[in-house]
Design a protein around this ligand. Structure first.
Ligand code: URA
Length: 237
């Protein structure tokens, strides 16, 4: 592949901009300053440095975000800020998209990637990938709710959900719970609680398949998946 194509694929700028970077002697290939943007490089074998930093050639990007409330899980929106708007331009360059949707007011784990195959593995209803949510509920969550969720509840449109594994963390006038579901219907957690006469006032996703939200990420922050996280996602899901 041509040097300028590789660097432009990796988000270092347009071909024109890369010409300027190369002219400024900032690019090295195998220890030698690159002079010609049209030189051919092998992304697997050649060592390429830009301003002393090694270029790691990748086609796919995998990011874990702690989604903040008020932001839409979409690639673009006319009105609201999207999770993609929160990414650095160098990451946006890969044209990633969120894997599934969290509601505008939901927080927590969101995988953002441009890998369509993995996305399909995670979202396919046939795969039953478990998703763990933490929620605050307006109302007292009871043992009876645990049983009803286990049997599946009937949503307002008549749909019988797959079983949900409900754990009560604190029960009172407001309750705190964890819920594992294996489906991803629109507003599913909120609608499951509505089906038992209760309202979700706060919702956060903590896990999706083997992927667990990094608790050090502040709302709106993100980081690349580690190799281990990616490997586990690919093998288990
Ligand atoms: N269930 C919901 O109700 N909302 C979400 O954002 C995710 C699951």
């Amino acid at each position: 592949m041509r040097l300028d194509k590789l660097l432009s694929n990796m988000g270092y700028g347009s071909r024109k901009e890369i010409k300027i970077i190369v002219k400024s002697k900032a690019v090295e290939v195998n220890g030698k300053v690159a002079k010609d943007v049209s030189m051919h490089v092998d992304s697997e074998k050649d060592e390429i440095l830009v301003s002393g930093e090694k270029v790691i050639y990748t086609e796919f990007i995998y990011l874990m975000m702690n989604k903040p409330p008020g932001v839409i899980s979409a690639t673009e929106d006319k009105k609201d800020q999207t999770v993609i708007d929160l990414l650095e331009p160098i990451d946006q360059h890969f044209q990633p998209f969120p894997v599934g949707r969290l509601d505008k007011d939901t927080e927590g784990l969101l995988l953002i990637t441009n890998d369509g195959h993995l996305t399909h593995q995670l979202l396919s209803p046939k795969k039953h990938v478990p998703k763990l949510y933490f929620a605050v509920i307006d109302g007292m969550v009871t043992e009876e709710d645990i049983v009803r969720f286990k049997e599946g509840v009937i949503l307002e449109d008549g749909y019988l959900t797959k079983p949900g594994d409900l754990t009560i963390l604190r029960s009172g006038e407001t309750s705190e719970i964890e819920l594992v579901i294996t489906e991803g219907k629109f507003h599913q957690v909120k609608r499951m609680f509505e089906a038992v006469g209760k309202r979700v006032t706060y919702l956060k996703r903590l896990k999706m398949g083997s992927l667990e939200l990094d608790s050090t990420l502040e709302l709106g922050q993100y980081r690349p998946l580690t190799e281990k996280e990616l490997e586990e996602l690919n093998t288990k899901e």
